[in-house]
Design a protein around this ligand. Structure first.
Ligand SMILES: [Zn+2]
Length: 60
């Protein structure tokens, strides 16, 4: 079995893991009400997506 030639230092290990962060969700603005919402989802405020009402106001 092959062995690692050199010890991975704490700084090398930390530098490699620096890219391993949680990404924030893609967000955009609702075209209907302007509220900040997650993109490609129905707006939780007004229930619209792509200028169409998917969730009626009475259901919210
Ligand atoms: Zn909206």
């Amino acid at each position: 079995m092959g062995n690692p030639k050199h010890k991975v230092t704490k700084s090398k290990q930390s530098a490699r893991r620096s890219h391993r962060t949680a990404k924030s969700l893609a967000s955009g603005k609702c075209k209907n009400c302007g509220a900040v919402k997650q993109s490609h989802t129905v707006c939780p405020v007004c229930g619209y997506y792509d200028q169409k009402e998917y969730i009626k106001q009475s259901d919210l």
